[in-house]
Ligand binder design. Structure first.
Ligand code: SF4
Length: 322
């Protein structure tokens, strides 16, 4: 689950992806506006969340809220519910201790680009050392732009990990990025030209480095969206796959005699909630169709298992004849 604590942030990064609607002191659990604790717990329960990423804006300008939600989530879902926090601030040891004691598992620092070449002299070095000492998994998360290599060396010296995100155009940052001379890598994504190359330069400088490409992020977001849609729209006999597509069996009635076929299926005790008549045949649970295929097969019936996107008339990904 993504717990967006507040849209307020004292920094002014040129690549900031936070949308105009979110730039207010409002909390969201995924897309759900949070009015009370119940909203956070309900959202986590609904998606069966294994962990929570706390973001913003700058979450630590609402530190009490952050501590409160860490405690709430750990109390309700147990210590195995993994919680990580992004911050662009440099919390002192007392603050980090308070977060660690509440149950924070991991912290990712986000230093602004204009100080990357002198990070050792800033509060980030001490915050990272304290977070490491306190036993939290500690890292740096930044966009992959010029200078990422220097951060790779810095992260390695401090023994923390480095996450690099491929820089992307968004509605909110495109004007600023264009003014700074950034352009699109291709016509297929929002990725910025050259961002991946800066990550490649950083790779050899850091032992614990991870690069998240724009296309990977898109794929993950698409999968999440498909899963949410599938959960809301799947029929009782559709099976939802791990990628958010649905699987079901289909009997295509070449002679348009689906009503007769439907009656025949009822006679062999296929439950009515396990099938549905369509304009060209019968949709049916795939595993029932597999079981009965040999009994109902006829030259004017085509049997198959279908995988498709979970929309009405959704794109068919695969059709396996039986
Ligand atoms: S620190 Fe994060 S939220 Fe704040 S301006 Fe930078 S990118 Fe945006």
């Amino acid at each position: 689950m993504v717990l967006f604590i507040t849209g307020i942030c004292p920094k002014d990064c040129f690549y900031c992806p936070v949308s105009d609607e979110r730039r207010a002191d409002i909390t969201y659990a995924n897309e759900r506006k949070v009015i009370c604790d119940r909203d956070v717990l309900d959202e986590a329960l609904q998606m069966d969340a294994l962990g929570t990423g706390i973001t913003g804006g700058e979450p630590l300008i609402r530190k009490e809220k952050v501590v409160h939600y860490i405690r709430l989530l750990k109390e309700r879902f147990g210590s195995q519910h993994h919680i990580h926090l992004y911050t662009s601030m440099t919390p002192d040891r007392d603050t980090l201790q308070e977060l660690a004691e509440a149950g924070l598992d991991e912290i990712r620092f986000h230093p602004p680009v204009n100080i990357w070449d002198k990070l050792e002299e800033t509060g980030y070095a001490n915050s990272i050392r304290h977070a490491n000492d306190l036993g939290m998994k500690t890292g740096i998360e930044i966009p992959s732009v010029k200078g990422a290599e220097v951060i790779g060396i810095f992260a390695n010296n401090l023994g923390c990990f480095l996450n690099l995100n491929e820089l992307e155009f968004s509605d909110t940052n495109s004007d600023a990025m264009k003014k700074l001379g950034y352009g699109l890598a291709d016509d297929m994504s929002n990725a910025v030209a050259g961002s991946k190359e800066y990550a490649l330069e950083a790779v050899n400088k850091c032992d614990r480095i991870h690069f998240c490409s724009s296309s990977y992020k898109d794929a993950v977001q698409l999968r999440k969206r498909l899963l949410r849609i599938a959960e809301n729209t799947a029929r009782s006999f559709d099976e939802i796959g791990e990628e958010g597509t649905i699987y079901y069996g289909h009997i295509e009635c070449v002679n348009n005699d689906q009503e007769a076929v439907y009656e025949e299926l009822k006679k062999i005790e296929v439950p009515v909630d396990m099938m549905e008549m369509t304009s060209n045949g019968i949709d049916i649970s795939w595993w029932i169709l597999e079981d009965i295929a040999e009994y109902i097969r006829k030259p004017d019936r085509k049997l198959c298992i279908i995988e498709r996107y979970p929309f009405e008339e959704g794109l068919i990904v695969e059709k396996i004849p039986l």
